[in-house]
Design a binder for this molecule. Structure first.
Ligand code: SAH
Length: 293
């Protein structure tokens, strides 16, 4: 599939086109050049709550803007209706940008929209965006992977179904990996519980980053149990991501506006590294809890 060019000729000749565009974490200068171009050309922008005004302001001033949700537990428009809306706008010959926070294909239902467009025979393109895990890691100045410390990074959702956190805790509890938890602030106690139940070392460094990749970003560091204790009072209600892993102790620099969950000051990077090294040294001796069948 070639890249979508919202040219007038195409617009007149065929039905419209939809670009599923990643808006990144919020800062306009973290948008891709392609996203920027398409925003400047689109007739209609269909966007989510997570898309910042800063990014929306890149759209043509006369472009129509349609807000389609979603806040936690408050879906503005059902997914089927969003799919139908995109198809209808394209069939009207519009150049549509479907703008989603971060990357459209990571916990963004972009895949479902792409499938619906394909099934309806509507031309579309997907434009990647900087996903929250990547933006938050950059804010923390930590590597998501590290030759010695973390050979993999797993993106999981902390979203619960009927109050249950349906995750593969056995896999997630394995050491030597980085965990990025999206939509996980409310279910943090259940995450910590599930991991601990499967032998996860609860002294592993962790961080909570709110509004990562924006000027309003806030960072809370500590162990998972410390974050569980502090997060409710600390949270401002903005989108937040939990990063867990030894890499969190590998911070290359101090960040302003940061809190440490266990006290008023953040331990120095050297202290964190030493704690991580001590813990890794001990970890073989930590008895693993039995895994329930
Ligand atoms: N498609 C998006 C994720 C959508 S799910 C992406 O690729 O980033 C929504 C969740 O993403 C939020 O609950 C939060 O956990 C995370 N998130 C989105 N933007 C964020 C930001 N700026 N800072 C921290 N977490 C963010």
């Amino acid at each position: 599939m070639g890249h979508v060019r919202f040219s007038r000729r195409q617009y007149v000749k065929s039905a419209g086109v939809v670009a599923l565009v990643g808006a990144g974490p919020g800062a306009a200068d973290l948008l891709t050049l392609r996203a920027h171009r398409l925003l400047g050309e689109a007739d209609v922008i269909v966007h989510d709550r997570l898309v910042s005004d800063e990014v929306l302001d890149m759209a043509r001033p006369d472009a129509e803007r349609i807000f389609v949700g979603k806040a936690r537990g408050n879906h503005c428009m059902p997914q089927a209706d969003i799919n139908a809306l995109l198809i209808r706008l394209a069939r009207e010959g519009k150049r549509v940008v479907r703008l989603k926070g971060g990357d459209p294909l990571i916990f963004g239902r972009g895949g479902e929209e792409a499938e619906a467009l394909a099934a309806a025979g509507v031309a579309f393109e997907i434009v990647p965006g900087i996903t929250a895990a990547v933006a938050c890691a950059a804010d923390l100045a930590i590597p998501l992977t590290h030759r010695d410390e973390s050979r993999s990074v797993t993106l999981v959702t902390g979203h619960t179904k009927h109050g249950t956190l349906d995750l593969d805790f056995i896999a997630l509890a394995r050491p030597g990996a980085t965990l990025a938890v999206y939509m996980g602030v409310h279910s943090l106690p259940r995450l910590a519980e599930g991991l601990a139940h499967h032998g996860f070392d609860l002294t592993t460094p962790a961080a909570l980053v709110e509004r990562g990749g924006t000027r309003q970003r806030r960072i809370l560091t500590g162990t998972l149990p410390e974050l569980v204790m502090q997060a409710p009072a600390w949270s401002n209600g903005g989108p937040a991501l939990v990063l867990i892993g030894d890499v969190v102790a590998r911070r290359a620099m101090a960040n302003s506006g940061e809190c440490h969950a266990a006290g008023t000051t953040r331990p120095g990077t050297d202290q964190l590294r030493q704690a991580g090294a001590d813990r890794r040294h001990r970890s073989n001796a930590i008895p693993q809890r039995p895994v329930p069948a």
